[in-house]
Design a binder for this molecule. Structure first.
Ligand SMILES: Cc1cc2nc3c(=O)[nH]c(=O)nc-3n(C[C@H](O)[C@H](O)[C@H](O)COP(=O)(O)O)c2cc1C
Length: 265
């Protein structure tokens, strides 16, 4: 008998248990439970009363423990660390992610500078009455990737269609697929291979960190030998993507050094 898979879910809808975000992730839980033992934990962001991130940057300059909200954020970070998989789910509000989820993710900004979730699998979901799923899922995926997670599946649902049998059966098919993929990827336990955008993100963080000598981030990268590496983990990298990322990173570094960057318009 294998241990139950521990899944931590973050619900970014202010409607908590009433939300389609929650209800659709419960469908994923049920589909996973039919296949294997699972232990789901839900964090409802509306209930944890996080104030707005005040932008103090202490998490970056001093350490995550220096965050004014560490009493809330610290235990959640530990829960994420202990989980086999993470699900981030949020609705579309005004063409974008909810402020609730965005604010929560600001508190984990330091994990972009000091990622640690390598090999951890993640699923992202978005709920909208009409559209806008891609913006939300792209953002959640980018965030989870920046923490080190491998995003193995995504699911976007239209809440206005959920009471229609034909649509619901389509969602159920996707739910089955998400559940199967999530379990298989967690059980496989392999590090994901980086795509070009992951390599570019790594290079951008590397350039930034190299310029922050004596900082917490610099020491973190130095200890892991990332300052001169091609990627965070030792995984096979597509040679063309590796060469392109290296070339663009060198150009970016030179242009920053010379002050050649242009203001954005
Ligand atoms: C403030 C607000 C803004 C919204 N903006 C959009 C939108 O831009 N596009 C859309 O398709 N639905 C929009 N909706 C509808 C929600 O996406 C929909 O009600 C969804 O079911 C919410 O997810 P939940 O059920 O998990 O809370 C909006 C809802 C609210 C309350």
């Amino acid at each position: 008998m294998t241990d139950a898979l521990k899944i931590l879910v973050v619900i970014g809808s202010p409607r908590n248990e009433e939300s389609w975000t929650y209800k659709s992730i419960r469908m994923i839980e049920a589909a996973m439970a039919e296949r294997t033992a699972v232990d789901f934990d839900y964090i409802f962001l509306e209930k944890i009363n996080l104030p707005y991130c005040d932008g103090c940057l202490e998490c970056i300059t001093v350490g995550d423990h220096a965050c004014p909200e560490y009493a809330t954020i610290g235990p959640i970070a530990k829960q994420m660390d202990a989980a086999d998989g993470i699900i981030l789910g949020a609705p579309v509000h005004t063409f974008n992610i909810t402020g609730l989820m965005k604010n929560f993710l600001e508190f984990f900004m330091y994990k972009r500078n000091r990622p640690s979730f390598f090999g951890k699998k993640a699923v992202v979901t978005a709920t909208a009455s009409g559209g806008g799923h891609t913006v939300v899922m792209d953002f959640l995926e980018q965030t989870a990737n920046a923490w080190g997670c491998d995003v193995v599946s995504r699911m976007g649902i239209s809440s206005s269609q959920m009471k229609k049998d034909k649509y619901l059966s389509r969602v159920e098919a996707v739910v089955e697929d998400v559940a199967e993929t999530f379990i298989a990827e967690i059980r496989k336990g392999e590090l994901g291979s980086p795509r070009f955008r992951h390599l570019m993100n790594f290079r951008a963080m590397q350039n930034m960190t190299r310029n922050q000598k004596n900082s917490v981030n610099f020491r973190y990268w130095e200890e892991r030998n990332w300052l001169d590496a091609e990627y965070y983990t030792q995984v096979p990298i597509n040679p063309f993507a590796r060469a392109m990322a290296g070339y663009i990173a060198r150009k970016m570094r030179n242009s920053t050094r010379k002050g050649n960057q242009k203001p954005y318009r």
